[in-house]
Write a protein that binds this ligand. Structure first.
Ligand SMILES: [Zn+2]
Length: 475
């Protein structure tokens, strides 16, 4: 079975067929960098991370673009409040964005374009739309003419007539239709502005994503992600702009993640019932927050509360405890012979079922349940009173460990950070110290050698002298 993705555009799960055989292009609507991001934003950043990790695991290469919106009303307001420039504000929260996404073990995108660095492209697109009669300038502003785009409403499944009937906004006089949206707006006194054929102004929000997605991914690309709240009007308008310009479909799969609710109410900045990731990190470990965010299918709403996070912590703890147990057993000496008690088969079966769950529109909830089933089976064996550690069993445990690390670590990214950090600077530093200690021992300075060993042990690094040389392990 292949991978299936629910496509907002068709309203159905579709077989995933990337445009290029082995490479997948993904665009994600990134943050407006005027504040720390909240748990609802975090979900919208983790969802593409899970998709990328899983597609990687299934052999695809990924090219991922995530934008920073660094010019809009919120940016201007906050910069004025804090008496800093827009650029200073943006730099501060872009830095914070990386700190928080790194903490959540979100892999970096390949490129992070900023809106302010693509103004020329936006002016260019607006000019093209005017030339094709899809847009008109009025006063110092430019609007998209929604009635001209026949398929307007196809993404959010709304008919233009219904939207018009439901839209009680007064026609301002400058717009032909109240639903026409801004592509370019005249800037007010003291606002940042750019020269354009329509005078000094700045781009609308929607136009930036049309420009930056197609610039880096081409005018046909595979996946576009974002929170469900962006479907209308942001993504609907993006579809209208991009497709009016290109004359064909641009995005093949539109992927939208569900809301986060607080006590049944939608969490949002405007309701002021949100928590930033920084606030939550003071109480819970990053891997617990991440586990919580992927514990439901990405399209389902999630209810956020301390008790939900506590149960995520327990559930993750059960998985990690078993991994710990397995790792400890692998360090012990075993009795020769013995069978694997079906552990190799269990590892294989787990991988198959995990794949089935993730192939089905990235069902992380089910994938986690599959890992729990594996852990339960392993516990039944290793917690048995008559348990004897044999070489055969150790072979099976090795398979369990590597399956667990691949699925929970590489794909879901829920193993504690320390595990991943092993591959970074820590490994070579430990290697270096181990080597220094060996040299010191060769020179018969046993006192210093022991001191290095003991100090490393205090830091959680265990050194073992074996006939094959020195082995070490991070606890
Ligand atoms: Zn966007």
């Amino acid at each position: 079975m292949g991978i299936k993705i629910y496509n907002t555009l068709s309203g159905e799960k579709e077989d995933f067929k990337p445009i290029k055989e082995n490479e997948v292009g993904i665009y994600s609507c990134g943050p407006t960098v005027y504040d720390y991001f909240h748990i609802g934003n975090a979900r919208a950043f983790i969802v593409p991370d899970i998709i990328k990790r899983y597609l990687n695991y299934r052999g695809y290469k990924i090219f991922h673009v995530l934008n920073f919106t660094d010019i809009d009303d919120k940016m201007i307001k906050r910069a004025n409040q804090e008496e800093v420039t827009i650029e200073q504000l943006a730099n501060r929260f872009i830095k914070a964005y990386f700190e928080d996404t790194d903490a959540l073990n979100i892999r970096r995108a390949d490129i992070y374009p900023k809106a302010t660095e693509h103004i020329e492209g936006m002016i260019d697109l607006v000019e093209k739309l005017i030339a094709k009669d899809y847009a008109y300038s009025s006063g110092g502003d430019v609007y998209f003419r929604v009635e001209k785009f026949d398929e307007y409403g196809k993404l959010s499944k709304q008919h233009l007539e219904d939207l018009e009937a439901g839209n009680r906004v007064e026609v301002s006089g400058v717009k032909e239709n109240p639903l026409d949206f801004t592509l370019w707006k005249e800037s007010k006194e003291g606002e940042p502005s750019w020269e354009s054929p329509w005078g000094l102004g700045r781009p609308g929000w929607h136009i930036e994503c049309s420009v930056m997605s197609t610039k880096y991914l081409g005018d046909r690309f595979d996946i576009h992600t974002g929170g469900v709240d962006l479907t209308f009007p942001h993504h609907e308008n993006e579809v209208a702009q991009s497709e009016a310009c290109c004359g064909h479909q641009v995005v093949n799969y539109w992927v939208h993640n569900g809301y986060i609710n607080i006590d049944g109410e939608k969490m949002s900045k405007s309701l002021d019932n949100f928590f930033t990731i920084r606030e939550i990190l003071e109480k819970y470990k990053a891997e617990v927050i991440r586990f919580f965010l992927i514990s439901k299918h990405y399209r389902s709403p999630i209810n956020f509360s301390d008790s939900e996070l506590d149960s995520a912590k327990k559930s993750l703890g059960r998985l990690l405890n078993t991994l710990d147990k397995v790792e400890n057993l692998l360090d012990l000496d075993a009795v020769e012979g013995g069978g694997d008690k079906g552990l190799k088969g269990l590892a294989q079966e787990t991988e198959v079922e995990f794949k089935e769950a993730m192939d089905d529109d990235f069902n992380t909830a089910l994938a986690i349940a599959v890992l729990h089933t594996m852990v339960k089976e392993v516990n039944l064996i290793v917690n048995n009173k008559e348990f004897i550690l044999t070489e055969g069993l150790k072979e099976g445990l090795k398979e369990i460990k590597s399956t667990f690390e691949s699925l929970a670590g590489d794909v879901l990214g829920i193993l504690p950070k320390q595990e991943e950090a092993k591959g970074g600077l820590i490994d070579p530093l430990i290697e270096l110290l181990v080597e220094v200690r060996s040299e010191v021992r060769k020179n018969k300075n046993y006192e210093l050698a022991d001191k290095i060993r003991d100090e490393l042990k205090n830091l959680g690094v265990q050194i073992k002298d074996t006939p094959q040389g020195v082995e070490w392990k991070l606890k």
